[in-house]
Design a protein. Sequence first.
Length: 424
Amino acid sequence: MNLKTTTDSLRAASQKLALQNASEKNAALCAVADALDKNRNSIIAANDEDVKAARAAGISESIIDRLMLDNKRIDGIIASLREVIGQTDPVGEEVAGWKTPNGMTIRQVRVPLGVVAIIYENRPNVTVDAFSLAYKSGNAILLRGSSSSYKSNVEIVRVIREALAGVKGGVPEAIELVEVRDHDHSDVDAILNAVGMIDVCLPRGGKRLIQNVVQNARVPVIETGSGVCHLYIDEFADLEMACRVAENAKIQRPSVCNAIECIVVHKAVAEKFLPKLEKTFAGRVKMHADERAYEILQNAVVEPVETTIVPATDADFGNEYLDYECCIKVVDSIEEAISYINSHNTKHSESIISESRANTRLFQNMIDASCVYVNASTRFTDGGEFGFGAELGISTQKLHARGPMGIKVLTTTKYLVDGEGQVR
């Protein structure tokens, strides 16, 4: 890939998009949604090849789950795209406006960022999500997926570009996919150093990928985070609710970043809650338990199916398993729980189960994370669940964007100032 040639083409495409109105961009996105529906068989066939290669390479089934596409997931991708189509175009939105004492009118309006790059792993649905959000917000996008999902991404991008080329006003040059070669990351280094060619870069994947981008990028980065998420069971918790939430947050889809990796339990309810949790997780989740939790759990094993319970090590706390595993920690107070979570999380999503209003408000006020839940699963941290349709990822930083990132994240603002000959 000649990065300069590619980004020059993307820049020209972004300038075309900047002149389009919402109806023109929506018509193009509708054509893409229809094309994805019509070409689902070829997309699934390409994805099957990726999945077979991943299994042959020994990749875990929980990660393969992130890679896999089927008709139901393609239905979900198309539904998300149509939600984006139905959203208000952010470009041109007046954020603020006023008139100065000397008669000038100042308006702050939203404008596209320009050329966006996203570096991501495994999940081919991100290809459509990132494209749709970029296109709707008037940006061109450079996609750098992983080798494990390359054939899926090639086919999806082919379908998108052909759909855009077939609709009046469509801009197929607004999307480019980097050719990926196994064990060659020179293209990633080039993207991270493309100052003046790429306006912003977003990493979406595991801890190693994100750290590489954040530490080595010379272009602006919107940091997404790996998901070391916690569920705190307070002394005033409804324990039946706590088990239901823990089951959903850990088991429903353990390979995603909003699944919990640690359950923190107040000592006052540990003796009652942990046996219930063991029964809920029996045969499904490996639990890495601290000393107090291990002692309780060892006496609570349900026959004939036993949960794997092992003593936790220091490495377990703060670890992102992305699998049917979690760690268990018993604490003496809510203050200790908050301190522990803030020192071991990735600022993604945290939840408390409690009937105490004082404790839930303390938890929400003091936990440092993009999303803090009360009596609900962390699995809701998602652009679709928040009503954004698609998402670019979950931002765990504090500048520009935080939490699930929708259309507006890919805009900035500029001031439009109208005068009548005023001079200073």
